[in-house]
Design a protein around this ligand. Structure first.
Ligand SMILES: [Zn+2]
Length: 85
């Protein structure tokens, strides 16, 4: 497992009930990727309410969508820097 796979971005608490959910997300994500049934993983992690389960199911790892923009930005910055010099 790489460092990037461990660091998932999920809200710390459920938007609806305020239950702490972020602390269990890494285990959930790893077990689902390993092929376990998401519903059973959530049951075993004691994520029982539908509002909390929604948080897990609908979570998208947005960091992978954002990274390319930062890479492009960094490239442009270094282009500008070399034009100045
Ligand atoms: Zn909830």
């Amino acid at each position: 497992m790489t460092r990037a796979e461990e660091k998932m971005l999920i809200p710390v608490r459920c938007f609806t009930c305020g239950n702490l959910i972020a602390d269990k997300y890494a285990e959930y994500s790893n077990r689902v990727k390993a092929g376990e049934d998401p519903a059973k993983v959530m049951d075993s992690l004691n994520i029982k309410r539908y509002c909390c389960r929604r948080m897990y199911i609908s979570s998208i790892e947005t960091i992978y969508q954002i990274i390319p923009y930062y890479e492009a930005l960094r490239r442009r910055m270094s282009e500008i820097q070399s034009e100045i010099e």
